[in-house]
Design a protein around this ligand. Structure first.
Ligand code: TYM
Length: 373
């Protein structure tokens, strides 16, 4: 989607994103309190990403929950494009996917699009994407997915089933639709043009492998939604249910404006950052503070535009009372930016340390998770 101030595509997110406008442009539905309540009922609690509105929109999530309640088999599908190290933004949909897997006790198909990153990035070789895929997979396992129910695969190493499904999808998608949906041009290589069929394929891979009737739900950030439009159009033509989706906002970069992105490494917190690196990035973050401490005390800060506050709010401070106090105290001038940054840096350091320990343990269980031909 493109308007004068922002761009949201699977490959680029730029400017101030207006999520209300995006709901209309993409034709998705807002996540209402009623659906959130249905999730709470099944999960026995609300994930912080739901409570704080990071997950904000969906497609047919009600129908997916209906299927579960009626005893239709449900599965989850999400993914990662291995173009570099994992950052905090990538974790947002994965943490939520784990919450859903725990709640609905269902299988998860996790696609690694090594082909995508090779085809779309002139700088990357197949060897480099394979190396990133290996590293990313450890981060994915470290999230804590159920090893009995989680199937991770890369497009280049699990090609046969995926290609078989992708050709069936591709037959129903014209170049003109792909061009309009993804912005391809005459100079796009032909691999790029076929690729959307590879990302659509796992929507139907469970049916392909088992012939079972199944309802798929895709948790991801809203940038991936164009793929599901195509998948949903094709599904009935192949005799399958349309995949449902639940979509998150973007965690912003630490600078002013734009999503956290690996292409801006100083404003992204990578899971491989040391706590000193992470603390340095947080220290330089954009805040809603006044230019001087005196002015901050007199006029108060603006948490509504502050990236540091938004990290505490969206992910790092699960205590509703504490986060409300931070907001009020910042506005009233009782809190200076340095204190808030220190608090966030501490929470990030703790998180990274725990993640690293889980990642080390993950090294012993990769084979359990991988789907191979
Ligand atoms: P990738 O690797 O760019 O991103 C992985 C997941 O992270 C989400 N994401 C973010 N979420 C919140 N804040 C951010 N700043 C942020 N940046 C990225 C993405 O939406 C994505 O869910 N082509 C895909 C890989 C893929 C996939 C899928 C993703 C294949 N099949 C199914 C989701 C669902 C990609 O390159 O994602």
């Amino acid at each position: 989607m493109e308007n004068s101030d922002s761009i949201v595509t699977p490959w680029e997110v730029r400017g101030e994103v207006d999520y209300k406008e995006l709901i209309e442009k993409f034709g998705v539905d807002p996540l209402t309190p009623e659906i959130v309540e249905r999730l709470r009922k099944h999960a026995g609690g609300l994930h912080v990403l739901l409570r704080r509105g990071m997950f904000f929109s969906h497609r047919e999530l009600n129908e997916w929950i209906d299927s579960y309640e009626k005893g239709v088999k449900v599965v989850l599908y999400t993914g990662r494009g291995p173009s570099g190290n994992t950052h905090l933004g990538h974790l947002i949909p994965w943490l939520f996917t784990k919450y859903l897997q725990d709640a609905f006790k269902c299988d998860l198909y996790f696609q690694i699009t090594d082909d995508e990153k090779f085809l779309f990035n002139p700088e990357l070789s197949t060897e480099q994407v394979a190396e990133y895929a290996k590293e990313n997979i450890l981060d994915i396992i470290a999230v804590g997915f159920d090893p009995e129910r989680t199937k991770i695969f890369t497009n280049l190493t699990y090609s046969k089933p995926l290609y078989n499904m992708a050709v069936r999808v591709a037959k129903h998608v014209t170049f003109s639709t792909a061009k309009a949906t993804f912005g391809f041009s005459e100079s796009s290589n032909i691999g790029m043009i076929f690729f959307p069929a590879m990302q659509a394929a796992p929507c139907f891979i469970h049916q392909y492998l088992t012939s079972e009737d199944v309802h798929v739900l895709i948790p991801c950030a809203i940038d991936q939604e164009p793929y599901w439009r195509i998948s949903r159009d094709v599904a009935p033509k192949l005799g399958y249910r349309k995949p449902a989706g639940v979509y998150s906002k973007f965690i912003p970069g630490l600078g002013s404006g734009g999503k956290m992105s690996a292409s801006l490494p100083d404003t992204a917190i990578f899971l491989s950052d040391t706590k000193e690196e992470a603390a340095r990035k947080v220290k330089n973050a954009f805040t809603g503070g006044q230019p001087t401490i005196r002015e901050q005390k007199e006029k108060g800060g603006n948490p509504d535009v502050c990236v540091v506050y938004s990290y505490l709010y969206s992910l790092f401070d699960e205590d509703d009372k504490a986060v409300a106090e931070t907001y009020a105290s910042c506005k009233a001038g009782g809190l200076i930016c340095g204190e808030c940054k220190e608090r966030l840096a501490r929470k990030v350091a703790e998180f990274l340390e725990e993640h690293r320990a889980r990642r080390e343990r993950a090294k012993g269980s990769v084979e359990k998770f991988l789907l191979r031909e």
